[in-house]
Design a protein around this ligand. Structure first.
Ligand SMILES: [Zn+2]
Length: 344
């Protein structure tokens, strides 16, 4: 019997030798799902049932890599030599150190993770886990890898994981627990989404209010082909700023409860992910305004936009109400106005 699974030691234990410990330390400290960590740990220990491992144990007569059919399938081949892996790494802009024959595998992994910035290191870990998954899908389900699909999967997976981490964010006690009106002639635009993970569709809810907390406009936008909640939030933010431009508002505060999206907009960091591209459109539209501020609030402070998004689930097309609103939205906005009328 092949002793691959049985050799799993306590994955959290640190190795004592110097260079390999660099790899393990980085792996266990990384903010990635445990299943990814364990697969990477098995990569590092050569505990995966690669065709070379099975061949060595006389369990297979063919050691060729199932992905490229050109070289024996070893962990080194899968990680940095297979043309499927190299195409994925190239598309993701991951640059890894060169490999020389007779190099020690763990030493190479140690130097690899040391050379990568933390975000690229996470991307590298998730890519290796995805390559192993793609290879298994080919063997067990006869599904050939499509590089574009795999690259998109990896980017979405990283984004979804970041979003789930942000969702577990706990605001500090000093954060406001109520919606606050904008000051002066500023217009506050709250956005939120209702995401349907079964249909991969979303509904954006957008609410415009002035310094008195009065509803100026309410809109719902249904969207299809939305891969995850984070993309839905980015799209809702784009809907919010697009409508603000169409309604000729000049100075706005855009407020949402997605920490990932607001952080990315505040930091101005852009990447080539789907979210990055949507937020790049948001940034481009910002230039049409006298001033745009992006503000994170907790879900409690975003109740009107949330209810609007829920309302949009029953809507087949874009709808906007100007200076009026559906009764349920009006009633929720009235609750926020109590704070405006009687500030504490
Ligand atoms: Zn290969």
């Amino acid at each position: 019997m092949l002793m691959i699974h049985d050799q799993l030691e306590d994955p959290g234990s640190q190795q004592t030798t110097s260079t390999p410990s660099v790899f393990y330390a980085k792996l266990w400290q990384s903010n990635i799902p445990s299943k990814v960590k364990v697969t990477l740990w098995r990569f590092a220990r050569n505990y995966l049932p690669t065709r070379s491992n099975l061949y060595t144990r006389h369990l297979l007569i063919n050691s060729l890599c199932p992905l490229c059919q050109q070289h024996p399938e070893t962990v080194v081949h899968l990680c940095l030599q297979c043309n499927v892996t190299t195409q994925i790494m190239f598309a993701l802009h991951i640059t890894i150190p060169a490999w020389f024959p007779n190099m020690d595998w763990l030493t190479w992994l140690g130097s690899c993770v040391s050379s990568l910035p933390n975000t690229d290191c996470v991307l590298f870990f998730i890519t290796m886990w995805a390559v192993w998954g793609v290879r298994n899908k080919l063997i067990h389900e006869s599904i050939s890898p499509d590089i574009v699909v795999v690259v998109s999967f990896i980017k979405n997976y990283v984004a979804e994981f970041e979003a789930s981490q942000a969702a577990s964010y706990k605001p500090s006690p000093s954060s406001s627990s109520r919606w606050l009106p904008p000051s002066g002639n500023l217009i506050k635009v709250n956005f939120d989404v209702a995401f349907d993970s079964h249909m991969l569709s979303s509904s954006s809810g957008i609410v415009f209010r002035n310094h008195e907390g009065l509803l100026l406009a309410v809109a719902v936008y249904p969207h299809s082909h939305i891969p995850n909640p984070c993309v839905a939030e980015a799209q809702a933010c784009l809907d919010a700023i697009s409508l603000a431009k169409d309604l000729f508002f000049r100075n706005i505060i855009i407020e949402g409860d997605s920490l990932t999206i607001i952080n990315k907009l505040q930091s101005g960091s852009n990447d080539m992910s789907l979210i990055g591209m949507i937020l790049s459109d948001v940034n481009s539209l910002s230039k049409f305004f006298g001033g745009v501020t992006f503000n994170f609030v907790t879900r409690d402070c975003n109740e009107v936009a949330h209810k609007t998004a829920l309302l949009g689930r029953n809507s087949a097309s874009f709808s906007v109400w100007v200076e009026e609103a559906p009764t349920v939205i009006d009633a929720t906005a009235q609750k926020d106005r109590r704070w405006v009328d009687t500030p504490d």
